[in-house]
Design a protein around this ligand. Sequence first.
Ligand code: TXA
Ligand code: MG
Length: 392
Amino acid sequence: MRTEVIAIASKDDEELKRAGAVIRAGGLVAFPTETVYGLGGNALDADASRRIYAAKGRPSDNPLIVHISDFSQVYMLADEVPETAKRLADAFWPGPLTMILKKAELVPETTTGGLSTVALRMPNHPAALGLIEQAGVPIAAPSANRSGRPSPTTAAHVFEDMAGKIPMILDGGEVEIGVESTIVDLTGETPMVLRPGYISREMLEKVLGIQVELDPAIVVKPVTEPLTTEGTIHPEASNDDSGSFASNVVSEGSGSKQQNGESTLLKPKAPGMRYRHYAPKAPMILVKGPAQAVTAYICKQIEDNKDKKIGVLCSAQTAPVYKDASRVVVAGAQGDIVALAHNLYADLRDFDEGDIDRIYAEDFGIAEDANLKEALENRMMKAAGGHIVTVG
Ligand code: TXA
Ligand code: MG
């Protein structure tokens, strides 16, 4: 299949009509949103959803988010629309918030991975909103990466993963935010965040006037890797899912395997949070501690592992220190959490290019009150498979 890449300039772009027709006919179109690129199909068509799972290589028990362009569509897709949903929509839609509600009959279970709930989101991007309007149907869309790869933040990333598998990619340039939407479950007594994102729990609490919980099962537990006295990572460390290195987050598609030992009883409510996501090919180790100790530790690793290709994910300020590393990727200025989130997935893809053996990521000193803190820590921990070294 030839994959067309089409630049979209505005919500009224004529090309969106053609893209909408592809969706209506049961085909797939990748499109930009403000968070990451999505891989869209008609949410009301079970066959279109099956095509999405196949193109992504994703297990079909991992449900898709249904994207809408107008609040009235919520009444068609959800069985019950609680007051909390209306308030949150008023405050944050269109925007990076996904709400879990009881699903209406109309939504096929293939789209919701067999669940009786549905995930709804109104994205804040002209190409996405224009596409949904032109399609005339709600659009089911997971992130447009192959399963297990970092989510795409440019049309080029989508092309890397999806060329030949889908007919059309809409190019809206780089996305704005760079990490996926916040998912909040509104079907229980207390709203619960199933995946942290740009909209923090505090922001939700302010609007709702009640406490919002975080699904305890999604907290990635640090792995205590056997460290030698020199402070190096266990030499057998590998990124394979069966080995010890990435053992606390299972690989997408490995079915019944549970998360790390202690949390076997805790099952994330968002099925996708069970899987080993956002991971670069090489194992990544997060190095936490005071800035000087972090740079000293990473430099020592580069020095002690001359036979290996070491990659470093660091700040603009510290980058010059790592001149002996095989690959240095600058994530942004120190403490600039917005830049860090925006660049993270592109950075992780960057490491996949150079045959890197191991990646050390600096701890960027994220401010306690930054709204992206919970989201970024979650994604960094997942990319690192829970591997943290604390120094200093
Ligand atoms: O920002 C985003 O949300 C992007 C853009 C494209 O909108 N989409 C996205 O979709 O990240 P995806 O499929 O990569 O992640 C959706 C997550 C998965 O973890 C899935 O398990 C969860 O949402 N999910 C979907 N429906 C659910 C439901 N009914 N109950 C619980 N979790 C659900
Ligand atoms: Mg995804």
